[in-house]
Write a protein that binds this ligand. Structure first.
Ligand code: NAP
Length: 309
């Protein structure tokens, strides 16, 4: 029988309530015992104001799941690993690549599992797309990841602050899929970052990448989009077009829809976290974050109209 791990959750906001709490409730391998959040509480478990108080009081906790914005990920993860807990990180796994690498080392030192999640990689189109592309000749990749920021991020100031990633907060989901489905590594060549005059992070971006065979990979991210989201990845091959749409929910190959099973992104993440802990393993792939960091390194900054918070 599978072991059950006592779990705490940190940062009870939109994603914790929408996805983590239902996924944990549906997983018999985790016993949800406590939450830490400055302003929110979860019914039926013990609640603390911050992770320090949680770790001090809950000595028997096995694992924590960190759901706050990325700017506080490193300090929270470090505290949890030093207290001997297994750690699951929401995406992006940190505000910088170097802090994620430091956490990976710390987890090794403490012999604890570190799981840097990429929920979009668990979308149902992703693994069938990866399998189909493995034997194909790819000619070009085109990503369009566009939505209305006022609809999807109302009142979230952290996305506009350094470390908040701006439009890469959703855009990194596309990059997590691209780096999973393509058979070769992707490298950034140039980027344009459209930054509102009253923000630190971009509201839109275009990335020009290639894979290691020189195949062009182009991505357009835009938060100034209309009411119908565009979360699409097209892969042109010599055997037809592979299209991922609706953020990974739908797959079509050469114009034919491919049935790809039920939607269960966060259930799959918690199953994987359980497996990783049980097997003494970790899973930390920084490639999506590295591409975003490269865009900030190589990107041309273009000032655009103020967002008007
Ligand atoms: P959120 O609701 O704005 O933030 C989550 C919670 O984190 C807040 O309610 C807040 O709770 C806590 N928090 C905020 N700033 C903090 C700080 N400086 N120090 C400590 N705690 C802080 O954000 P979210 O949409 O849930 O996103 C959180 C993470 O999940 C992000 O990395 C995001 O990329 C990822 N994610 C979001 C979605 C989505 O649809 N929203 C989807 C997938 C992944 P307290 O005030 O109670 O402390």
């Amino acid at each position: 029988m599978n072991a059950s791990y006592r779990l705490g959750i940190v940062g009870v906001g939109k994603i914790a309530r929408d996805q983590h709490l239902p996924a944990i409730a549906g997983n018999a391998g985790f016993e949800f015992v406590a939450a830490a959040s400055r302003n929110a509480q979860v019914d039926g478990v013990r609640n603390y104001a911050d992770i320090g108080a949680l770790l001090a009081a809950e000595r028997d906790l096995d694992a924590v799941s960190l759901c706050a914005p990325p700017q506080v990920r490193y300090e929270q993860a470090r505290a949890a690993l030093e207290a001997g807990k297994h750690v699951m990180l929401e995406k992006p796994p940190g505000a910088s690549v170097s802090e994620v690498e430091a956490l990976r080392e710390l987890a090794k030192q403490h012999k604890r599992t570190l799981f840097a999640t990429w929920h979009s990689r668990c979308a149902r189109a992703v693994e069938p797309a990866r399998a189909w592309l493995a034997g194909r000749t790819i000619r070009a990749v085109h990503v369009r990841w566009k939505e209305d920021v006022r609809r999807w991020h109302p009142g979230q100031q952290w996305i506009w602050e350094p470390g908040g990633l701006g439009v890469f907060d959703p855009g990194i989901n596309a990059l997590s899929i691209v780096t999973r489905i393509l058979p070769r590594e992707v490298l950034l060549r140039s980027a344009a970052l459209h930054v509102p005059s009253d923000c630190s992070t971009p509201i839109a971006a275009e990335l020009e990448c290639i894979d290691t065979d020189g195949v062009p990979v182009r991505a357009e991210f835009d938060w100034r989009h209309g009411p119908v989201e565009q979360w699409e990845i097209d892969v042109e091959t010599t055997e037809g077009l592979l299209s991922i749409s609706e953020g990974g929910k739908r797959l079509a190959i050469a114009g034919e829809p491919v049935e790809a099973g039920a939607e269960r992104e966060y259930s799959a993440l918690y199953e994987r976290f359980h497996w990783l802990i049980a097997h003494g393993a970790d899973d930390v792939d920084v490639r999506p974050l590295r591409l975003v960091a490269d865009a900030f390194l190589l990107g041309r900054h273009i000032e655009v109209e103020a967002f008007g918070h």
